[in-house]
Design a protein around this ligand. Sequence first.
Ligand code: NDP
Ligand code: 8G0
Length: 450
Amino acid sequence: MSHLPAEPEFEQAYKELVATLENSSLFEEHPEYRTALNVVSIPERIIQFRVVWEDDKGNLQINRGYRVQFNSALGPYKGGLRFHPTVNLSILKFLGFEQIFKNALTGLNMGGAKGGADFDPKGKSDSEIRRFCEAFMRRLCQHIGAETDVPAGDIGVGGREIGYMFGAYRKERNKWEGVLTGKGLDWGGSLIRPEATGYGLVYYVEHMIAHAGKGSFKGKRVAISGSGNVAQYTALKCIELGATVVSLSDSTGCLIAEGDAAFTPAHVNEIAAIKLARKPLTQFSNATAQFKYIPGARPWVHVGKVDIALPSATQNEVSKEEAETLVKNGVQFVAEGSNMGCEQAAIDVFEAARRGKGGVWYAPGKASNAGGVAVSGLEMAQNSSRFNWTAERVDERLQQIMKNIFELSIANAERYVKAEEGELPSLVAGGNIAGFLKVVQAMHDQGDWW
Ligand code: NDP
Ligand code: 8G0
């Protein structure tokens, strides 16, 4: 009988981590880390609560709210809040689990957490969004704090929602403190936080391109999925660096640039406004001759020849077949803006192509999208010191952190994973090992396992 996991996404994330540890020399050299793995895989605490709120017609509405406080060995719990109808414990446990190791890779003092609700912001009025955010935070506020747990936005939660939740926290707890990141600039936010995940992703890929000796972004064709926070700033930075962005998408379909067409900053800004209004990409006015809109489709098999693919929408958005098509069409670099953007079978395709003559190189979200949480960490530092940094200073730190993560991943892959002469090191193995080691060593020092 086949095994039907109760928490499929969590199991997928867990198995992905364990497979890379097993395929390295880590457990041979340190069998005691198997004990550490058993301990780190169970959340320290999970909070579940009901959220009751009133819609515009005066009807009672009810949703499920969660916060998975997975690990606090390295610092206060840190990670986003997701508002999406698909939210459940399996998804939040997978996200919280990956957050532990990602936050460790940043080198900043942050533990791992994730939370959210099965609330669907689409089709809701601004007042309904506000009432939901306030009701959600009235329940969550007892369990978080600047020194305890610092949430942020994720899918369905942007600056507007963070504002409503910050206001609810302040009133409920009678405290103005850095309890959330992604705040407005005048009330404790950091410059470059909105841009950070997308910019960081591109900075990481710049190191991949340089290390592989394949030039720079200039002149490269880039396929991007999603059209939210991560996809927008990824696209803008790619365009700034001279690349051609050939796709964007949302949950209703994808937009593909035809022939010589390419997305410009003006296109991306128009799409950002559509998304802020919680509207679908069908509203994009240029979806005519220049851009083909394909309903219900993801971009990967429709983009033709691309050099770089950057999944930036949601989990499991690249399948085995789509990975095979990308490789066949000459993709050289794949890096996740989204968390667990690739199915395991797709990672296997990219990793096999890395070992083969193709030299395809895959970077896991844990490493490549860490720029967002890294600048959240810098926002926390600014809040603690009560001083704000310039955009240049934040961007410089972000670039340094992405470089460190890339180099740490390479160093750990080379140290713990056997490779053929001339083979590119596995960034997924290197990133996982580096993050795991940092966390479990801190846990050992603190008596969490022995
Ligand atoms: P947004 O809500 O801003 O955008 C999400 C985008 O993905 C939208 O285009 C949305 O389409 C699409 N999408 C969401 N769910 C689905 C789905 N089930 N199927 C198809 N498309 C979907 O979120 P972000 O840009 O912030 O997040 C994108 C990804 O990046 C997530 O995996 C997130 O965890 C990850 N991430 C985000 C960070 C951040 O700082 N924001 C940091 C690191 C990782 P539609 O508009 O139609 O809903
Ligand atoms: O800033 C954060 O804590 C945050 C928000 C949304 C997503 C992520 C992530 O790393 O996946 C982090």
